[in-house]
Design a protein around this ligand. Structure first.
Ligand SMILES: Nc1nc2c(ncn2[C@@H]2O[C@H](COP(=O)(O)OP(=O)(O)O)[C@@H](O)[C@H]2O)c(=O)[nH]1
Ligand SMILES: [Mg+2]
Length: 300
């Protein structure tokens, strides 16, 4: 088994997409050997993770596609994780991403994987860390993660990305006022996409004023027309600048690693406990007159 894993790890390091896919599938399904595989990962260099978030329809997938265009011209190697928090049966959304990024599906320097969410409390968060770490073991220049920004998921993405790009559309001006605090904290770069529409400059001004109020002027606001591949050089520079800033933030790195570590420990500790077993035991115990929840729970 270890021989097999050593081989997979070696192949991943060389950038073999088949080996990457295989390792991700192993981890996703917790197949035999997945734990050993994770324990033998080593990042060759710290591949930067860029989160692309924002409301549905803001143009995140189109933006990823446009960034890929730009980065391919620079001979970069990119991994894309498209995370869709809607139902795993909602193939439409996944197919949508596939179609929009299709020209890169067979590109030798682009690895794309769609991940279906297993629900807010499901395995996604746990696995997205692992999957990202597998990608870090390979020789990519950037790992892009697209998530729909609805509530918790955008906060989570900010927790694992080295740079979070919040994508908005020109008409978002009013919403922004209410989203304000949360969004301010997670954005490293703002993108005002669909700048071919009239309200783009007005939103840019609103955002800049807000950033000024928060003394966050160093956060850049980039205007793009993703569908026309416009604004990508500027965006790519803004991402790099944010990454350089992030790199020197040792405190944040420690806090994030602790968060990951905590989740892994929690997950491992809970592994031996099956909810069904607890349920069965509870069914019996709860009948008794002297049932005590704390005493009952302490046996697990
Ligand atoms: N007018 C205009 N439409 C865009 C632009 N970028 C994306 N779109 C369109 O917006 C729609 C949603 O894009 P998509 O990338 O799927 O958004 P996502 O849900 O955030 O991933 C699609 O029909 C895109 O073609 C843009 O810059 N201008
Ligand atoms: Mg999308």
């Amino acid at each position: 088994m270890l021989d097999k894993i050593t081989q997979i790890l070696q192949d991943i390091k060389l950038g073999n997409f088949q080996a990457i896919a295989r390792a991700i599938t192993m981890v996703e399904n917790e197949l035999a050997g997945s734990e050993a595989l994770l324990q033998h990962l080593s990042a060759q260099k710290e591949t930067k993770v860029v989160g692309i978030t924002g409301p549905p329809g803001a143009g995140k997938s189109t933006l990823v596609n446009a960034l890929l265009h730009y980065w391919m011209q620079q001979n970069k190697r990119i991994a894309v994780l498209a995370v869709d928090p809607s139902s795993p049966f909602n193939l439409g959304a996944l197919l949508g991403d596939r179609i929009r990024m299709s020209e890169f599906y067979t590109h030798p320097n682009v690895y794309i994987r769609s991940l279906a969410s297993r629900g807010a409390l499901g395995g996604l968060h746990h696995q997205i860390y692992e999957i990202t770490d597998i990608l870090k073991h390979a020789n990519f220049d950037y790992i892009l993660i697209e998530t729909v920004g609805v509530g918790q998921s955008e906060i989570d993405i900010a927790g694992m990305a080295d740079c979070t790009v919040v994508t908005l559309v020109p008409e978002a001006g009013d919403e922004i006022q209410t989203l304000k605090s949360g969004i301010m904290e997670i954005a490293d770069v703002f993108v005002v996409n669909k700048a071919d529409r009239p309200l783009a400059d007005s939103l840019i001004n609103t955002l800049k004023a807000m950033l000024h109020d928060h003394a966050s002027q160093s956060i850049e606001v980039i205007k793009t027309i993703a569908s026309e591949l416009e604004g990508m050089e500027h965006l790519s520079h803004a991402i790099d600048a944010a990454l350089i800033k992030e790199n020197s933030n040792k405190e944040r790195k420690l806090a994030l690693t602790l968060e990951k570590c905590w989740r892994i420990i929690q997950y491992n500790k809970m592994k031996s406990i099956q909810k069904k077993e607890v349920e069965n035991a509870l069914k019996m115990a709860i009948q008794k007159e002297d049932f005590n929840l704390y005493k009952f729970s302490s046996q697990f």
